[in-house]
Design a protein around this ligand. Structure first.
Ligand code: RUB
Length: 316
């Protein structure tokens, strides 16, 4: 354990690990802030030491959850310009990048919110899965455009993030109907859109999002209900351009079943994957701050964004 890692960084890492801080964009914002604190409060006296501390902090944050690429993308963005001959210059660069990163996330959410809102018509009902700040931004923008939007919110077992979505939509007076996940198919003919977020978008346009997204998308396609994915370019996974796959996080079985019930049932295996992969053929549109794209169009934009390759600042 590197003692030079700031306690706030460790606290943020712990909060991400336990999902007190969750959701891809929120995680990205939190890690940018943690790196800024690490930089601002560093007492390193030489640039090499300062850089080593930042790398160690980045590593602690990187190792929390594996699926949302917004986390490593945030680390890369904030630490991209760690050049400079004095600690002061380096410190300023990290703090400035972190602030700039957070500003960009906010403005990207607003811009993609408009793109999503333009897809929604007055009186439409949207089915949601999990809790995504990008999805909420789309619905908020539609409401601000004066449209009446209804939401059918899937509760999203095992952690019921649908409750967060329902709460936030009610705060903006959107009528909400909560359903259990397995009721989605029954109501897909009654809704006008399925709108979900993303933890990562792969170069082939596959969408990695909360477990259950793929089943929802396949059913939506079967019903002819359009499915859009609200995901800023922060969710584009650069490693997938070179053939890497995205790690799917497996979480504790106690999220699914408590020890007592498990013991009553007997000897069983419990699997608790947190995310799944929706193939591009089940996705109608990916909504970003740069406009909406067919999943097949993502690779071109990714090459433009990551063309020169990426550096992993958590590596030694
Ligand atoms: C959250 C989840 C969200 C995406 C997008 O999973 O799958 O749909 O992260 O969120 P978890 P956002 O609760 O396990 O973190 O649009 O806010 O980035």
């Amino acid at each position: 354990m590197d003692s030079a890692v700031h306690p706030d960084v460790r606290e943020t890492a712990e909060a991400i690990d336990t999902m007190e801080i969750r959701g891809a964009a929120t995680i990205a914002t939190a890690v940018a802030e943690a790196l800024a604190t690490q930089a601002a409060e560093s007492d390193a006296t030489d640039p090499e030491r300062f850089r080593a501390e930042q790398r160690a902090a980045a590593r602690v944050l990187y190792e929390t959850r594996p699926t949302a690429v917004s986390l490593p993308n945030a680390l890369r963005y904030v630490l991209q310009d760690m050049e400079g001959h004095s600690v002061e210059v380096l410190r300023d660069s990290v703090v400035r990048s972190a602030t700039e990163f957070q500003r960009r996330i906010e403005s990207a959410q607003e811009d993609l919110g408009q793109v999503g809102a333009n897809r929604l018509r007055d009186g439409d009902t949207v089915m949601t899965h999990c809790h995504s700040t990008a999805v909420v931004a789309c619905i908020r923008a539609a409401v601000e455009q004066g449209k009446e939007i209804h939401a059918m919110v899937k509760e999203t077992r095992p952690r019921n993030q649908g409750h967060i979505t329902a709460t936030q939509l009610r705060e903006m007076d959107v009528p909400v109907t909560l359903i259990v996940d397995s009721a989605a198919r029954r109501y897909l003919n009654d809704v006008d859109h399925v709108l979900v977020g993303a933890d990562s978008i792969a170069a082939d346009g596959s969408v990695i999002n909360k477990i259950g997204t793929c089943g929802l998308a396949v059913n939506a396609r079967d019903c002819g209900t359009p499915i859009a994915v609200a995901a800023g370019t922060l969710k584009f996974h650069p490693d997938t351009l070179t053939g890497h796959t995205v790690d799917i996080e497996m979480r504790d079985e106690r999220e699914v079943i408590d020890d007592e019930t498990r013991a009553e049932i007997g000897d069983i295996e419990v699997l608790n994957p947190a995310f799944d992969v929706t193939p591009p053929r089940y996705v109608d549109a990916i909504l970003t701050e740069r406009g909406q794209f067919a999943p097949e169009g993502v690779a071109t934009l990714m090459r433009e964004l990551f063309g020169e390759g990426t550096v992993d600042p958590w590596d030694e």
